[in-house]
Design a protein around this ligand. Structure first.
Ligand SMILES: *[C@@H]1O[C@H](CO)[C@@H](O)[C@H](O)[C@H]1NC(C)=O
Ligand SMILES: *[C@@H]1O[C@H](CO)[C@@H](O)[C@H](O)[C@H]1NC(C)=O
Length: 120
């Protein structure tokens, strides 16, 4: 097992116990997730499948952010500590994670589980 993979596993194991915020969204809605890290410099991840996360992008400053993959640019918008999931579709019902980099490693903040349903 290489080191990177071991670190990834450790991160996943450690984050297992964290609280999950369930967020309801309707198809076609634009949904905003707000990370409780009240800052810019927030990294956003999505769960690809069980225990595998992909980075969506990050914010740098109140006016600057980047989306890591061209495929995600039409889907996600990152601003300060918020992630907007545009035009929610069935495949967007998954987990999302926010985190920030502290001395070189990602510390996860919140876990959101997007589920189908009417907003409360
Ligand atoms: C979602 O946001 C896009 C622009 O980012 C806008 O064109 C669209 O009308 C919005 N949809 C809803 C349902 O608010
Ligand atoms: C987050 O930052 C904003 C602007 O600096 C401030 O008004 C707000 O009270 C902060 N919220 C928390 C929970 O710290």
């Amino acid at each position: 097992m290489d080191l990177q993979w071991m670190l990834l596993l450790m991160v996943l194991v450690c984050s297992e116990a964290q609280d999950v915020t369930e967020v309801k969204a309707e198809l076609g809605q634009n949904l905003t997730l707000t990370c409780s890290f009240n800052l810019t410099g927030i990294y956003w991840y999505m769960e690809v499948h069980h225990k595998l996360r992909a980075i969506i992008g990050r914010s740098y400053s109140p006016t600057s952010s980047t989306i890591c993959s061209p495929d995600f640019e039409s889907k996600y918008l990152i601003s300060e500590n918020r992630l907007v999931v545009k035009d929610v579709s069935a495949e967007d019902f998954r987990r999302y994670f926010c985190g920030r980099k502290i001395s070189g490693s990602i510390v996860y903040g919140d876990t959101f589980r997007l589920v189908s349903g009417r907003k409360i």
